[in-house]
Design a protein around this ligand. Sequence first.
Ligand SMILES: Nc1nc2c(ncn2[C@@H]2O[C@H](COP(=O)(O)OP(=O)(O)OP(=O)(O)O)[C@@H](O)[C@H]2O)c(=O)[nH]1
Ligand SMILES: [Mg+2]
Length: 228
Amino acid sequence: MTEYTFDDLAVVMGTYNEEQAIGSVLADIDRITHGRAEVVCVDGSDDRTPEIARKMGARVIEQEPQGYGVAVEAAVLAPDRPVVVTTDCDDTYPMEYLPKFLDLINDGYDVVSGDRITKGAETMPRLNRAGNIAFARLASFLMGATVHDTTTGMRAYRRELLHDIEWTENTGLSAELLIRPAMRGYKIAEVPIPYRERAGETKLDPFAGGAAIGKSIVKVCLEERLRL
Ligand SMILES: Nc1nc2c(ncn2[C@@H]2O[C@H](COP(=O)(O)OP(=O)(O)OP(=O)(O)O)[C@@H](O)[C@H]2O)c(=O)[nH]1
Ligand SMILES: [Mg+2]
């Protein structure tokens, strides 16, 4: 099997008014991958985010803001590189784990998912933490397999599976991107990761967003069961 390197890696994200964080996120990616990863931002900002992203060498795809999943679906489908990693553009996720994620893809995993819960996620707002734990339990019950974090923004995927599966969710896309591959027999690894406090303001309404995510988990799990 081909051994993938940083030259085979694309790091992608939705960006929506993240000028406080984007400089640090893109600098971390460049430092860790020695400038070799391709970076794609699907951007709906009206601040300086896209300007900073372009200056730092990222490819920017402009899109009206339509929610997390609309942006992230476009972002994961954009690269030609064989390994695609998602992150949020808010400085919460540890880019130092990119080598580890790539190693696990090279070990044969199809999806490597950053699990924020196992290491404690003390920096996560308490309501979000409780919600994320509940979503993982709900998904584990419906999938019949244990997952610790279904709503994480940091994962590595083999590019092909991103194109082989049809994605339907918006706010719930992160859960869908784990549940559909897992229920179709793709090899999934969860890696416990640290999680930092967000730079800049949240783009998620915890109540409306939480309800949408819960609904997506139930819908996607039922659809996948009915496929079998
Ligand atoms: N282009 C685009 N990006 C979006 C949109 N909504 C969210 N994003 C981006 O998607 C990522 C995730 O959004 P966050 O606000 O961090 O949501 P979250 O991680 O659930 O909540 P936090 O706890 O605040 O981090 C961020 O990089 C946002 O800038 C959108 O409508 N359009
Ligand atoms: Mg975030």
